[in-house]
Design a protein around this ligand. Structure first.
Ligand code: NAD
Length: 330
């Protein structure tokens, strides 16, 4: 079947072509899918998208009018899709529920080590023949209290790794994970977790209930100097509120792989552009903030799994088989 693949990079082409054993007609488009670019998918029964493609009501109506029947997400998160509208229009939405929770959990841990031991500063300093240790002081992770918000697949991997460091693991999740309880994770209310953790790592999905779960009120509960890590979705954090908390010292370190307005920035080379997002520029200016551009998933293993599950989702739909990875309206 004809598949229009949006937001595609060279690596998407490489892995999707390799996984395309059934010979679907894959057409790669670099632009993001929006209402403006949707006409590129005219007469394509299948549209394949990533996290910053915009599948709002307007885009979905254009797609439905043009004959699209399936939206195949190359991601686990589906907060960028108006699933109710897709259902109303008879468009099936499928996703890749798990491709490598290790990739994201390991990146979160990398951010913790980078911020704690100031490796970004140490690397540049030594290259400059400056061997001073001033300003590089860190803290032991052993015995450190680590709060995990969301203990699904990624949160569980993160808990396993942090247990290896000898951390005390605290968690908040409306649905506690028995595997995490077995690891020794202590579940508690969000407010208690925020008050007791030296490091807080976010691993819950972005939904109306979790939008700005980290806001001015919840930030006040933190211990001064807490490390906050977000590899989940930008919308979990109220950016102006976290900027205030960094300025006051309430947040001592911030590591983010995701940013609420990232669709205007991430995945592109903007090095010759004057970035207009003042909040982002302010965050970049702080010495205790580490930003990566939504790369936590970006391992060879994850890309292979994303490509094979996406092609198998497309194959199921094309053959009229039930789509096991369908996103259903809850
Ligand atoms: P998952 O569905 O396995 O786990 C999510 C967990 O969050 C579940 O245990 C659920 O009970 C819990 N949860 C639901 N509502 C909550 C709430 N209000 N407060 C706290 N926890 C709540 O998902 P996963 O595979 O672990 O992925 C988690 C998130 O990571 C995804 O939703 C996605 O946004 C993000 N992600 C980011 C990247 C990246 O590259 N940065 C890659 C993949 C996934």
């Amino acid at each position: 079947m004809k598949v229009a693949i949006f937001s595609s990079k060279q690596y998407d082409q490489q892995f999707l072509r390799a996984a395309n054993r059934e010979g679907h007609e894959l057409v790669f488009y670099e632009p993001r899918l929006t209402a403006t670019t949707a006409p590129l998918a005219k007469d394509f029964p299948i549209v394949c998208v990533f996290i910053n493609d915009q599948l709002d009501a307007e885009t979905l109506e254009i797609l439905a009018d043009q004959g699209t029947q399936l939206v195949a997400l190359r991601s686990a998160g589906f907060n960028n899709v108006d699933v109710a509208k897709a259902t109303e229009l008879g468009i099936t939405v499928v996703r890749v529920p798990a491709y490598s929770p290790y990739s994201v959990a390991e990146h979160a841990v990398g951010m913790i080590l980078m911020l704690n031991r100031k490796l970004y500063r140490a690397y540049n300093r030594v290259r400059d023949d400056n061997f001073s240790l001033e300003g590089l002081l860190g803290f032991d992770l052993h015995n450190c209290s680590v709060g995990i918000v969301g203990t699904g697949k990624i949160g569980q991997c993160f808990a396993q790794i942090m247990k290896g460091f000898g951390c005390q693991l605290l968690a908040y999740d409306p649905y506690p994970n028995p595997a995490c309880i077995e690891l020794g994770v202590t579940y508690m209310a969000l407010e208690d977790l925020l008050a007791q953790s030296k490091i807080v790592s976010l691993h819950c999905p972005l939904m109306p209930q979790t939008h700005h779960i980290i806001n001015a009120a919840t930030l006040k509960v933190l211990q001064p100097g807490t490390m906050l890590i977000n590899t989940s979705r930008g919308g979990l954090i109220d950016t102006p509120a976290v900027i205030d908390a960094i300025k006051s010292g309430q947040v001592g370190y911030l590591g983010i792989d995701v940013y609420e307005q990232e669709e205007n920035l991430f995945f592109e080379d903007l090095s010759d552009t004057v970035i207009q997002d003042d909040h982002f520029q302010l965050l970049q200016s702080f010495p205790n903030v580490l930003i990566t551009a939504h790369q936590a998933f970006f391992t060879r293993n994850a890309l292979e799994n994303i490509a094979s599950t996406t092609l198998s989702n497309i194959g199921d739909f094309a053959a009229g088989r039930p789509c096991i990875n369908q996103v259903k309206l809850t």
